[in-house]
Ligand binder design. Structure first.
Ligand SMILES: *[C@@H]1O[C@H](CO)[C@@H](O)[C@H](O)[C@H]1NC(C)=O
Length: 314
């Protein structure tokens, strides 16, 4: 970060103002700790199953396993620090810590958008082009799609970090948010932030709009082909899976858009804080449930793995 010129003193740490938690820190702690633990447990279970169970060595489950890896890291960028601050009442975060949080959060959130797009494209191929699925989604393409998601996810955040690190921060050090995110950080700067805000807007649009369009296009095709299924029970079953995916994806993108695309007005900041909870807490928690734990294959895999483990112990 650029050092201050003149007699202004740069802050040595930022203070994250989370949820006016002065009165109820323990309540918030007991609310968020189980959410974090359940998120970690669900996602780690899926990673273990995908690695151990031969039946789950298919592109769909590779994507899921990779999504779960990403989500354990993603919720760990925000939750542990917040939980500790509820417990200790210490809301400060070092400047480097804040930049690290901004970087990893931005990287993982954007990559998650691309992962969701890749997963919906995979379902589109499986449902709408079943005869060509094996050719169109082989191991190499699977790997390329995952690598591509990481690369696309890292581009916007690198530009943003570059911009934010060239801003100078003066006396103001209270970030009105529960983690270091760019819009609340940009607002603290004592430079003219028009360019940074404009770029933040453009890059958060680049990070979310293409994967959103891919996801929507895939689901439109999927729903069209579901409607062509003749049997009602088949239709209902396909529809229920599809609609639970759609609900999660819609909540994720909807809350991202409300937070990053709506104008940066101070009267919206409390609303944005609440909506930030959707994509930081809720998405990593419900994704493993919605995408996998309801599947028959995953239920079988859980049974088999448990059986093997018990067998080994005896
Ligand atoms: C992630 O994807 C790669 C490549 O497709 C796969 O080999 C690997 O097993 C996946 N990882 C997990 C944890 O599922």
């Amino acid at each position: 970060m650029k050092q201050e010129e003149g007699n202004q003193t740069a802050p040595v740490a930022f203070i994250l103002l989370d949820f006016n938690s002065d009165d109820v820190p323990i309540l918030l702690f007991t609310l968020f700790l189980p959410i974090y633990l359940a998120t970690m447990a669900g996602n780690i279970l899926i990673i273990i199953l995908v690695i151990l169970d031969q039946h789950l060595h298919t592109p769909m489950y590779f994507f899921l396993g990779n999504l779960s890896c990403l989500e354990t890291c993603y919720s760990s960028t925000v939750m542990p620090r917040m939980l500790v601050s509820f417990l200790t009442g210490d809301r400060t975060i070092s400047i480097n810590g804040c930049f690290a949080q901004l970087y990893f959060f931005g990287l993982l959130a954007t990559t998650e958008c691309y992962f969701l797009a890749v997963m919906s494209y995979d379902r589109y191929l499986a449902i709408c082009k079943p005869l060509h699925y094996a050719i169109l989604m082989n191991g190499r393409i699977c790997f390329l799609l995952i690598a591509g998601s990481w690369i696309s996810g890292s581009l916007p955040i690198n530009v943003m970090i570059f911009l934010v690190s060239h801003l100078s921060f003066c006396e103001a050090n209270k970030i009105n948010h529960f983690f270091c995110d760019f819009t609340p950080m940009i607002r603290l700067s004592c430079n003219d932030t028009k360019v940074a805000e404009m770029t933040a807007f453009i890059f958060s649009t680049i990070g979310t709009l293409p994967p959103l369009l891919i996801t929507m296009a895939s689901y439109v095709c999927i729903i069209k082909s579901i409607l062509r299924i003749p049997s009602t029970t088949g239709k209902q079953k396909a529809f229920s899976t599809c609609s639970s995916h759609l609900t999660v994806v819609a909540c994720f993108y909807g809350s991202l858009m409300i937070v990053y695309v709506l104008p940066n007005k101070s009267y919206l900041s409390e609303l944005k804080k609440v909506f930030s909870l959707f994509y930081t807490l809720l998405t990593p928690l419900v994704n493993p449930l919605v995408y996998s734990l309801r599947n028959k294959e995953v239920k079988e895999a859980i049974k088999n793995t448990l059986f093997k483990m018990i067998h080994r112990i005896h």
